[in-house]
Design a protein around this ligand. Structure first.
Ligand code: SF4
Length: 81
C-alpha cells in the first residue's frame, strides 16, 4: 500500500504537483498543496493507478514536501477551501 501527504510547512506553493498528479494534489487559497484523497491526513491508500503520478510528483517537488510511505501518516487535517 502507498500513502501520501504534503508537509505544508515546507511547501512553497510552486504549483507543480497538481498538473503532475491532478488526482492527488490540490491547493488551498494560499497556494499551499494538500493531499486530495483525505484532506492531507495521509491515511487513505493511494489507488494503484495513481502511484506513478505520485512518484513523478515526489520527484518534481522542489522542496521535497510531498511525502510518500507504505504506512499511513498521522497529521493535521487540512480543510479544503
Ligand atoms: Fe508545494 Fe511541492 Fe506541490 Fe510545489 S510541488 S506546490 S512545493 S508540494
Amino acid at each position: 500500500a502507498t500513502y501520501t501527504m504534503v508537509d505544508r510547512s515546507t511547501c512553497i506553493a510552486c504549483g507543480a504537483c497538481n498538473p503532475t498528479a491532478p488526482g492527488l494534489f490540490e491547493y488551498t487559497e494560499d497556494g499551499l498543496s494538500y493531499a486530495l484523497l483525505d484532506g492531507n491526513e495521509g491515511i487513505t491508500e493511494v489507488p494503484e493507478e495513481l502511484v506513478e503520478d505520485l512518484e513523478d510528483a515526489v520527484e518534481g517537488c522542489p522542496t521535497d514536501s510531498i511525502k510518500m510511505s507504505d504506512m499511513p501518516f498521522h497529521c493535521q487535517r487540512v480543510e479544503a477551501s
